[in-house]
Design a protein around this ligand. Sequence first.
Ligand code: HEC
Ligand code: HEC
Length: 253
Amino acid sequence: MTNREGFAVQARRPAMYVLGALLMLSASGAALAGPKNGVIGVISGGNPELGKTDAKTMCIVCHGADGISPVKGFPDLAGQWPQYLLKELHDFASKKRDDPLAKGTMIDAVKTIHGNKEMEDLVAFFGSLAPPKPKPVPTDAKEKALWSAGKAIYYGGVRATDVPACEACHSATGAGIPPEFPRLAGQDKTYLVEQLTYFHDGTRANDPNGIMRDVAGRLDKQEILALATFIPTLSGGNPTTQLPHPSDTDSGD
Ligand code: HEC
Ligand code: HEC
């Protein structure tokens, strides 16, 4: 269904990422109908109402009743693609995802979930919630410079080090491309720094074919910070590969 296998060989050819993502887009056309109540391609069998009840006792202390985490550095789950959330829960359960932050949080929390059905209810619930609102573009000069640098990488990659444009897989608006490319728009800045650093170090190693380890492995600390400053300000509208602000002189190239 996807051409994930292609990623490893294409790793040094950023333009090919775009092509790969586009192929994938056409392959999953049905899932691109656009969010309805924030949900695309709900997992069959997932019941958001039951998930809400389960989440109350097991998840919201860390992820918030509205799926917006009250804890800095913990991810917002609201409006995230349910299929991606489900994959991550399986990865925590099998310890395929056991980065330093997961240890002592999700590795334990996932044990409280009773079976697949309950897992599907939980992800259907979090996926149905209104996604996080875009954060304001920073006004402070130093932060704004970081933001601009992050924006340039998001839409244009880094030619010298063969970093591909994030847009190719996470969409121009940061909405992601379901089922496998997660939404990033509005996500917590500290969480983004952590995850990109974990992929960079290889301590988060549950990405298909090491794709994010390859991407983040090419980023330095400053670039990671720049991306984490820009990404939370993305609008997160419908998945699209078109630049959201064609007239914006600030954009990538
Ligand atoms: C003790 C706090 C805590 C509890 C309780 C908790 N989580 Fe988490 N959750 C986290 C942290 C921290 C992370 C980031 C882990 C990492 O860095 O790998 C996370 C990550 C996740 C992710 C991956 C998100 C992403 O964007 O990749 C999912 C899905 C998730 N949690 C679902 C749940 C569900 C469902 C429950 C309830 C059964 C739950 N969590 C309970 C703290 C918690
Ligand atoms: C070729 C496709 C591809 C490209 C290009 C790409 N990503 Fe990803 N990204 C993925 C996939 C697939 C995942 C999900 C990994 C998993 O299954 O856990 C992901 C996950 C992530 C996550 C973790 C999300 C979460 O909720 O935990 C972050 C952060 C991220 N990407 C940032 C970026 C940034 C920044 C760039 C550009 C420098 C980028 N990605 C480029 C495919 C891509």
